[in-house]
Design a protein around this ligand. Structure first.
Ligand code: HEC
Ligand code: HEC
Ligand code: HEC
Length: 221
């Protein structure tokens, strides 16, 4: 009796193990066309023999089910890639982290546009002010234009994740978005000094010759 129980338990365990191994084996069933067959490059050109094959380069990176099958933002966050800002001298790019909530009045969930993620790969001038104004709501953005390859569609569906992934952009419930904007407005109102504001001084500014004077100036706000 106890022997049989153990056998069935062992059997079940082995069965589970097999299933797990099968799942692990089929978890990464991504495949990429070799360079010579991708229809982008001349198969008889010298590059076809020299360039790294996409499968070799991309298999180690975080998988995605859409687009070119790499979840690029995760690959970056997990340190699998670290893009250079320039081939030669390093560029010092401006940083700007604000998320912009778009599409507050439509039927779809609100779009959260994350500046932080975009600025890891792009320069402000890639988008401002040709594609978008530097003011929330100032650009007339539309899904119709996006699907035609304009606005967000200049990159999404071309080099960034495809437009079929609706929820990656339309990611915020309307009520949550409105609450977030309200909190933002309240914080802004609370931070506004009663007197006309001078140039804000960061609290962490390095103390220099004018250090102490600056500090009190900052504190009085
Ligand atoms: C790359 C980001 C992105 C993706 C992916 C995306 N959208 Fe949009 N969508 C937007 C933006 C930005 C707007 C316009 C926001 C505004 O009105 O200011 C928009 C607007 C819309 C609108 C009109 C406004 C509304 O809510 O009624 C609809 C409908 C819409 N999208 C549906 C979709 C559907 C369906 C998909 C997937 C097939 C999709 N979108 C994928 C970014 C995206
Ligand atoms: C991938 C495109 C893209 C890049 C790159 C980008 N932005 Fe934006 N930015 C946007 C979009 C989209 C909006 C919203 C425009 C609208 O609603 O009309 C926006 C809005 C803004 C706003 C207004 C925010 C608000 O709440 O009113 C500022 C300021 C801004 N961007 C600064 C920057 C700076 C600084 C950089 C570079 C460090 C940058 N952006 C890079 C797309 C971009
Ligand atoms: C100039 C190119 C460019 C434009 C324009 C652009 N994006 Fe992106 N976006 C990227 C790249 C590159 C990535 C990172 C690669 C990827 O996720 O495929 C990215 C990533 C994102 C992500 C992050 C997804 C994640 O995995 O966390 C969101 C959300 C997004 N974009 C929304 C938008 C919206 C909404 C617009 C238009 C208002 C827009 N993007 C316009 C290039 C662009």
């Amino acid at each position: 009796m106890s022997f049989r129980l153990r056998r069935t338990l062992l059997g079940r365990f082995l069965c589970c193990l097999c299933l797990l191994m099968m799942a692990a084996a089929s978890a990464d069933d991504r495949s990429w066309l070799p360079i010579a067959k991708d229809g982008l490059r001349d198969p008889n050109g010298p590059a076809a023999k020299v360039l790294q094959q996409p499968a070799d380069a991309l298999t180690p990176l975080a998988p995605d089910t859409a687009g070119n099958q790499v979840r690029w933002v995760r690959a970056l966050r997990e340190g699998q890639i670290s893009p250079r800002s320039s081939l030669r001298k390093p560029l010092k790019s401006e940083s700007y982290d604000k998320d912009v909530l778009l599409n507050l009045n439509g039927g779809m969930p609100v779009v959260r546009f994350p500046h932080s993620i975009h600025n890891e790969w792009l320069d402000c001038t890639n988008c401002h002010d040709q594609l978008f104004q530097k003011e929330r709501g100032a650009t007339k953005i539309s899904m119709f234009l996006i699907l035609q390859g304009e606005q967000c569609g200049v990159c999404h569906g071309a080099v960034a994740f495809p437009l079929t992934e609706c929820a990656r952009c339309h990611s915020v419930k309307r009520a949550d978005a409105l609450a977030e904007l309200e909190r933002e407005a309240a914080a802004k109102a609370a931070a506004q000094p009663p007197a006309p504001a001078a140039k804000p001084t960061p609290a962490t500014a390095a103390p220099d010759a004018r250090g102490p004077a600056r500090k009190t100036e900052g504190k009085s706000k």
